[in-house]
Design a protein around this ligand. Sequence first.
Ligand code: XMP
Length: 318
Amino acid sequence: DWTPDSFVEETVADLKAKLGDDRVILGLSGGVDSSVAAVLLHKAIGKNLHCIFVNNGLLRKNEFDSVLESYQGMGLNVKGVDASEQFYAELKGLTDPEAKRKAIGKVFVDVFDAESKLVENAKWLGQGTIYPDVIESVSATGGPSATIKSHHNVGGLPDYMKLQVVEPLRLLFKDEVRRVGASLDISPNILGRHPFPGPGLGIRILGDVTAEKVRILQEVDHIFISSLKEDGLYDDVWQAGAIFLPIQSVGVMGDERTYENAVALRAVTSTDGMTADWCHLPYEFLAKVSNKIINQVKGINRVTYDISSKPPATIEWE
Ligand code: XMP
């Protein structure tokens, strides 16, 4: 019978046999899958696992520092690399969603490639690929994948691709990954996280991405997500976030007329992300979040709530 404990025991033994004294490089994303993969590998090979966590400047507010800290607390050998400026430079002036994804993917590969070269004698690339990712890349629908794979077709193969790939979660579904993570004592904080796209806030800022828009959206997103947590709604939602809209609208503040940006809030329920329903969050909750955002975030004077389900609307707006 499959149990998380037996999976951990067998997988760690298999990884030990397969990897011996080899070095493995793994890109951490802050998400559930790469974190669980890293802890499993760490259990098997300890310091021979070299983790790299890249700040693309498109993460949630404070995410880079807090996640890096929790990885270090877990004893992982992890290097944080802040490449935000490189990502912003490559994104400058780009408005097309796919062009933005490509730019983000390209910088990621460049940064990851440069960092992996610093790990001498590495033989393996660890990945947090899970079963639905395997299916999705086979089905060739061009659907998004949370793994590095989605960025591979960006030109010549980077150096790290010469590494052999090791994917300890390849046969697991998301709920199984969470159970394995729990049996590895990974904090519920990491295991219970909503999915977050690799290109991050870059595809939640419609139109061109600037550091200033990222900063504003981080504030809005932070208010929304922390309110969901405070009101005990976070775990009822599959995924939630805010979208920076490329339109301005008129408002009043005191005697002043304002002309500022609008944001959309999106929260969905789903079991696999393939289909999703907009989440019927309580009106009182939405009212509270809207007030907080408009009062606290300079530059935003209007909040809307996305009531579209998937299909036909996708979860992300880009
Ligand atoms: P959509 O928007 O297609 O999203 O309904 C389905 C799920 O995939 C995530 N997503 C991405 N993840 N790179 C990723 O790693 C991407 O380019 C990407 N686009 C969408 C989305 O957040 C949702 O969980």
